[in-house]
Design a protein around this ligand. Structure first.
Ligand code: BGC
Length: 349
């Protein structure tokens, strides 16, 4: 097990950008930038004995700052916060106070506003390369940032185990009641040469999905997946009965006891023999099959197109801050926000 810290030679907002590599004794490694806690590489051995990178991104850090990339920005591999997915009309109320956020997705707020946690340089507060290979990043989001109330301190630890599990453990505390809903936005492709993910086999352990309005904002209504194209309760090819013009951009309510760590989703790719299992303490998983992906010159000079990856974003229900029936996403000054999500890699042969 080892951890390496590699300076990138770049200073943003007075902070140095560092890449941290976590490596286990099988040779599996993960490279994470302290900028946006971006997972730049996740390299595993596939069933053919080849080392394979399973996440989309760029060869160099600089390319993540490229204006062309940011113009149609997909949040490659980054944390999303303070509030994942959409908040209807960018508005919410806590007690007597109402808050208006930037409306950066039509009239709604997407992924924390104009400049979310994905574009911040995080402090590296701890690394471990003994028995455990881990790094803890910390970011302090000040009261009023993106119009959210309260100084919020967020810790995110990435740990790589000998069993090829990448464990993301989040903690957050605030000094004033605020809205918090965090997730991580890696784009996975398990095929050895990438390409359209429609033949990846997908299973999601959720019997209901959340209804969305025309701007993909959650309305509050649960819809049973049974008999619909959203039924992934048994494994099926992602593209088996999808709408070819939309793919999936939908939130699934996981069948679980609230707060328990449970299996949310499992994805298998036949050619590589790779299996990605996602475990989480969160109540929902958002499946996004990257309809809007259009990135030139990704890793190895590859272009990435629509449906060239899938994201499994574990989180609380989107827009829960406006839907009292959903589990609360309000964090009070006496509360501790915690979340654990595990990406586990295994082989199917
Ligand atoms: C959202 C999509 C959005 C994408 C990139 C996903 O989490 O659900 O609607 O296009 O992120 O911003």
């Amino acid at each position: 097990m080892s951890v390496q810290q590699i300076p990138i030679g770049k200073i943003i907002d007075g902070e140095e950008v560092i890449a941290v590599e976590l490596i286990n004794s099988k040779g599996t490694y993960v490279k994470i930038f302290n900028y946006g806690t971006i997972i730049n590489k996740f390299v595993v051995k596939n069933a053919n004995g080849e080392m394979q990178d399973i996440v989309l991104g760029f060869d160099t850090f600089e390319e993540y700052l490229n204006p062309d990339y940011l113009a149609n920005y997909p949040y490659f591999g980054a944390i999303v916060g303070r509030y994942a997915n959409r908040i209807k009309n960018g508005r919410f109320t806590i007690g007597e106070e109402s808050y208006q956020l930037a409306q950066n997705a039509g009239t709604d707020t997407l992924h924390g506003g104009v400049e979310g946690f994905d574009r911040k340089v995080w402090d590296i507060v701890e690394v471990g390369d003994g028995e455990q290979s881990f790094v803890t990043f910390q970011y302090e989001s000040v009261d009023g940032e993106e119009n959210f109330p309260g100084n919020l301190i967020v810790d995110l630890t990435f740990e790589l185990t000998e069993n090829d599990e990448l464990i993301l453990s989040y903690e957050a505390e605030t000094d004033k009641a605020t809205a918090v809903n965090l997730t991580h936005h890696s784009y996975f492709n398990l095929a050895p040469n990438g390409g359209n993910i429609k033949n990846h086999k997908q299973q999601i352990f959720g019997a209901n999905y959340l209804e969305q309005d025309d701007n993909y904002s959650v309305t509050g209504k649960l819809i049973p997946v049974e008999g619909t194209p959203w039924d992934f309760t048994k494994p099926k090819a992602i593209g088996h009965n999808w709408n070819e013009d939309e793919g999936y951009d939908q939130t699934f309510v996981l069948d679980k006891i609230y707060g328990d760590l449970s299996l949310a989703s499992k994805t298998i790719e036949e050619e590589s023999g790779l299996v990605l299992s996602v475990y989480t303490t969160e109540p929902v998983a958002h499946l996004y099959t990257a309809k809007y992906l259009e990135v030139k010159n990704g890793k190895g000079g590859k272009d990435y197109d629509s449906y060239g990856a899938f994201c499994v974003e574990t989180q609380h229900h989107p827009n829960a801050v406006n839907i009292p029936e959903f589990p609360s996403t309000i964090l009070g000054p006496d509360d501790l926000y915690t979340q654990t999500t595990i990406y586990k890699i295994s082989l199917n042969r």
